[in-house]
Structures are given as structure tokens and as C-alpha cells.
Design a protein around this ligand. Sequence first.
Ligand SMILES: NC(=O)c1ccc[n+]([C@@H]2O[C@H](COP(=O)([O-])OP(=O)(O)OC[C@H]3O[C@@H](n4cnc5c(N)ncnc54)[C@H](O)[C@@H]3O)[C@@H](O)[C@H]2O)c1
Ligand SMILES: CC(C)CCC[C@@H](C)[C@H]1CC[C@H]2[C@@H]3[C@H](O)C=C4C[C@@H](O)CC[C@]4(C)[C@H]3CC[C@]12C
Length: 368
Amino acid sequence: MADSAQTQELVYLVTGGCGFLGEHVVRMLLQQEPRLRELRIFDLHLGPWLEELKTGPVQVTAIQGDVTQAHEVAAAVAGAHVVIHTAGLVDVFGKTSPETIHEVNVQGTQNVIEACVQTGTRFLIYTSSMEVVGPNIKGQPFYRGNENTHYEAIHRHPYPCSKALAERLVLEANGREVLGGLPLVTCALRPTGIYGEGHQIMRDFYHQGLRLGGRLFRAIPASVEHGRVYVGNVAWMHVLVARELEHRAALMGGQVYFCYDNSPYKSYEDFNMEFLGPCGLRLVGTRPLIPYWLLVLLAALNALLQWLLRPLLLYAPLLNPYTLAMANTTFTVSTDKARRHFGYEPLFSWEESRTRTIRWVQTVEGSA
Ligand SMILES: NC(=O)c1ccc[n+]([C@@H]2O[C@H](COP(=O)([O-])OP(=O)(O)OC[C@H]3O[C@@H](n4cnc5c(N)ncnc54)[C@H](O)[C@@H]3O)[C@@H](O)[C@H]2O)c1
Ligand SMILES: CC(C)CCC[C@@H](C)[C@H]1CC[C@H]2[C@@H]3[C@H](O)C=C4C[C@@H](O)CC[C@]4(C)[C@H]3CC[C@]12C
């Protein structure tokens, strides 16, 4: 890869390239990687916006495919220099069965690794998640923690379980010999809760607020802090890792990095209000309006209803025992490992991230 500097020689593959994060990674690569010759975008569902990318100087190849199908993955990976594997099922609401989550997130990742090994691709970046660490089932806070902070990572929910297993597979694959005899270099990025243009859950909260006459009702104490990260900075970190992995393989290979920026630590609801407030919504209450025990009861009731209704319809509200536990547990990251290892600095300041997100919410259907 070193010889190709400044000439357009590199072939990148982004799995899940039509998802919320994937689209930002794709656009960031086109803006920030001058050595790109071909960009392959692999996804189960291809977006119509890909068409506009096909007129630029980089060859953009859209591949409709399924990561659970090893042969489809191998065909897409063959000839790529770098694979950024963001594809996954992000489901904490019980929309998908645990088996399917495992198949896509774990078996899909194994397929990507094997494809790299078989076809000779040397650099693999995996989008992991903070949930590989926590919050754990005991609801213990993770306060300003970094990659070395001791924390009891105990999972039961299918999504964090699958991300933890997949991350382990990726890290263990570091150093495996790929076709041609050279070693595979892998690393995993662990974003906290991502926000920004295209964030579906933000959209859901916005619509809920509109339905409730421009109000949202505080459910979680303001003292429960969450670390959040702007999607543009998550995409930027992926692009930077992809660029630096070859030159710093000994340092970065097999490593995990939290994805962070300078977004303020706030409760999940207060943080959302940074964007929803300027779009006309109001968060009612300085303290939770319903007692916590009642929320626990409602969450349990939702879980029961989901189970009872499953044969008839999909009932998947935002509130369930797992999302309540997540929302109610402090989880904040404070680290500089990515800066030390590969010179990461957020590309977007908090002010810019906020402005971009507000502008996007203002364009969301139904906005005032
Ligand atoms: N959203 C967050 O807050 C967050 C935080 C941490 C980590 N992550 C991780 O980031 C990655 C991207 O998440 P996102 O929020 O953009 O989710 P998303 O659902 O918007 O994107 C995932 C993409 O993967 C694709 N996909 C799903 N199953 C597939 C399959 N079988 N084969 C091929 N493609 C498939 C989907 O079509 C989608 O385009 C995931 O791996 C997720 O675990 C997300
Ligand atoms: C109690 C209700 C009023 C509020 C419910 C909020 C709930 C839907 C939110 C709270 C925390 C959110 C998760 C958190 O930001 C981090 C991640 C990691 C990532 O890998 C996937 C998304 C996820 C799980 C967020 C999902 C939505 C959550 C649970």
C-alpha cells in the first residue's frame, strides 16, 4: 500500500455502507482518501443516494449482498486492500430473533474474516460497540472510563453478546496469514451512542414529541450521564484507522479503541434536547415525572406484551427492561488512546456537530 501514495490505487470495501454510520463512512472516504480508486459498498439494502456518487472520479461499486452468505462476502472482498466492516443488526428492542442477531453479527463477521484470509486482504477494521464493555446487567456505572478501565462486562442481551463475540473474533484474527503469506492486521472501534444526521432513534423521539404536542416527559434523572459521539467523527476515525493501519501495524494491530469526541456528557434525554429543543420540543420536568419502580413495571409489561403478541404482530416500543437499564446507567468514556496511537482528533467540533444535527432534524418529515 505504501507505494501507492498519492496515486489512485486503493480498493476499499465498506460493509453495511448504506446504514446510518456506513453512509457517513462512505462519504468521508470519498472526501478524505485521495488514494482511493474503487469504493465497494456492500449492503443487504442499497440506497438510491448511491447513484449520485457514481459520477465522481472514484469508481463506486454497489453490491447488494448478505454478510451471512460466505460466498457473497468473498466475492465482494476479493481484490480489496481494506475492509471496513460496519454491517450489523442493531436491535435492542426485540425486533429480531436472538438467532438472527447472532447469525448476522457473529457469523457475518466470521465470514468477513475468512474472506480476507482467503482472498489476501490485509487490513480489517471492525465497528464494535461500547456495549462490548457495558452497561453490565448489574447496572454499574462506567464513569469517564478508558480502554484499560476494569469493569465487569457481563451480558445477557443478544445484541451486546453478539458484538462482544464478533469483536473477539476480529481481534483474534490479527496476525493470521492471508493469501500471499502476509499477516492480517485488524482492529476494532467501539463507538458510544452515535448521533447525527440519519439517526433513527432521534427521529423516533422527535416524532413522539410532536405527537405529544411538542413535549417530552423526563423519565431518567439528569444526573445519569451518557457519552455520545457525532457520526461524522466516528466515520472520520474509521477512515483514519484505515489509513494508518499499515504503517502502524505493530502498534495498532489487535487493538480496540473507544470512538469519542468532545460532545458533552449528559443524560440521554438532556443530550437529545440539545437538538430537539431548537426544533421546538420541550422536556417537561427537572426530575423524572414517573417513579422509577413504575418505569420498571411498564418496561416489564412491554416485554410481556411483546412476547404475547409475537404470533400476531411485532410490538417493539422504545421502553423495555434492557433499554431502561441502559438509559438509567451512567456510561461515559474519557480516553486519548486513539490520539496517541494514530493521531486522531475529532474532525467536527461539538458546535459543528450540534448545528449539523439540528439542521438535519429540521428536515425530518413532520418537522414544524
Ligand atoms: N448506532 C449506534 O449508536 C452504534 C453505536 C455503536 C456501534 N454501532 C455499530 O455500528 C454499526 C452500524 O450501525 P448503524 O447504527 O449504522 O446501524 P444501521 O442499521 O443503520 O446500519 C447497519 C447496516 O448493515 C446492513 N445489514 C444488516 N444486516 C446485513 C446483512 N445480513 N448483510 C449485509 N448488510 C446488512 C443494514 O442494511 C444497514 O444498512 C453496527 O455494527 C453497530 O453495531 C452503532
Ligand atoms: C427510558 C426511555 C424513556 C428512554 C429509552 C432510551 C433508550 C432507547 C436509549 C438509551 C441508551 C441508548 C443506547 C446507547 O446510546 C448506546 C447504544 C450502543 C449501540 O451499539 C447501539 C445503540 C445503543 C444500544 C443505544 C440504543 C438506544 C438506547 C438504549
